[in-house]
Write a protein that binds this ligand. Structure first.
Ligand code: ARG
Length: 396
């Protein structure tokens, strides 16, 4: 009996060729695994394709709920954005895939796992580091780092020769990875850093010349850090995220175009769309800002930056990342309230905030009647606050 490999399978050309290649090159029985986390896929068609390529079986799992609860919520609480922009959609997807690859490998008593990531990206790191952190004994094969095909045409030829079904639909000129937290669009003309991305690169957001002229105000309600209602209607997490993608996407919210520092040392030009992530990150940050004190908020920004790096670098299953999760979780009980956001021609603008735990006091802040702030105390405060610096200014 041949040894087994569990392959993270997308149904695309690369992983379809990988099924056959793993059999030929390593003599392995190939078990496919596909996670549904927000891309549109047809399970029956995917199963057919995998089996036709030579897989002995395929696990197809709808993991949106787990993805949202265990990956996106911690990331939301962390306010994580890599290099200040990218909300990390792909980067959350990979450790989820790693976890399930390890689970299936254990169940199937497979000695190997394999994936279709290239040797130039972050995704290979995230999957492999994740798998090894969870199941150190597994051997990992990355066909795309090893095989002889240099071009897409060679792969297609290999597929034809081995009767591997190749999708008849026209190939997108871009490399795309999508889940409910956003989409990453790379390659093709986007590699020219001087050029504006062509409009056909975008799939989740409308261009500004096609957004509704009238702005729209939406309301998100949080309960203990969890977004629970949209416009007053209770919604499950996945549903809420998908609705926000649709609504905010219609207003052109959540486009990013950045030069990014990959872990493998390459700078790459990345185009992202993440309407729901953009709105939720803004809303949660705003609400937390209302209910938490200055020192916490300022220090958290430093940790958010670190957290985003850890996630981006594939260190999801790591002690520091886990410890930071505990930190970000520690105050979520207070993050209850409502945020109003105006969607207006590509922008998501905070339009109102409210919380039973609000630390904002109009009576303290006001410059009008009803001021309760005791300004006579300010003089002494300012004097002592500046005392150390008076010492520095004294003539030697
Ligand atoms: N640069 C992003 C990241 O590293 C997106 C990667 C997109 N992956 C893909 N297979 N197209 O997270």
């Amino acid at each position: 009996m041949s040894k087994k490999v569990v392959l993270a399978y997308s149904g695309g050309l690369d992983t379809s060729c990988a099924v056959k290649w793993l059999q030929d090159k390593y003599g392995l029985e190939v078990i496919c695994f596909s996670a549904f986390i927000g891309e549109v896929k047809d399970a029956a068609a995917l199963r057919k394709k995998a089996l036709a390529a030579g897989a002995s079986k395929i696990y197809i799992e709808d993991l949106k709920d787990e993805f949202a609860r265990d990956f996106l919520i911690p990331g939301l609480w962390a306010h994580a954005r890599y290099e200040g922009g990218y909300p990390l959609a792909t980067a959350y997807g990979r450790p989820l895939i790693a976890k399930h690859l390890a689970d299936i490998a254990r169940k199937e008593k497979a000695e190997f796992v394999a994936h279709g990531c290239t040797g130039k990206g972050n995704d290979q790191v995230r999957i492999e580091v994740g798998v090894r952190a969870l199941e150190p004994g597994l051997k990992i094969i990355a066909p795309l780092r090893e095989w002889e095909f240099a071009t897409r045409e060679e792969e297609i030829e290999y597929a034809r020769a081995h009767r591997i079904p190749v999708s008849a639909t026209k190939q997108s000129p871009y490399s795309i990875d999508k889940n409910i937290w956003g989409i990453a669009i790379e390659a093709g003309v986007l590699e020219d850093a001087w050029r504006l991305p062509p409009e056909d690169a975008y799939v989740m957001t409308r261009p500004l010349n096609r957004v509704p002229k009238q702005p729209r105000t939406i309301e998100i309600e949080f309960n203990k850090g969890m977004p629970v209602k949209l416009n007053g209607k209770r919604k499950g997490l996945v549903d809420l995220i998908e609705s926000l993608n649709q609504i905010a996407g219609m207003y052109g919210v959540g486009r990013f175009d950045q030069i990014e520092n990959r872990l493998v040392g390459i700078k790459s030009r990345e185009v992202y769309e993440a309407p729901a992530a953009e709105v939720l990150l803004k809303a949660h940050t705003e609400l937390e800002g209302l209910v938490m004190d200055r020192e916490f908020l300022h220090f958290k920004r430093v940790l958010s930056e670190k957290y985003a790096e850890l996630v981006y670098y594939g260190l999801w299953f790591s002690p520091l990342k886990n410890a930071l999760d505990q930190f970000f979780k520690s105050n979520q009980d207070r993050v209850t309230g409502k945020i109003r956001i105006k969607l207006d021609r590509g922008h998501a603008v905070i339009a109102g905030r409210q919380s039973p735990y609000s630390l904002y006091s109009e009576a303290l802040a006001t410059y009008s009647k009803g001021d309760v702030f005791d300004r006579t105390k300010a003089e002494g405060f300012v004097r002592l606050w500046g005392l150390p610096y008076e010492g520095l200014g004294r003539k030697l």
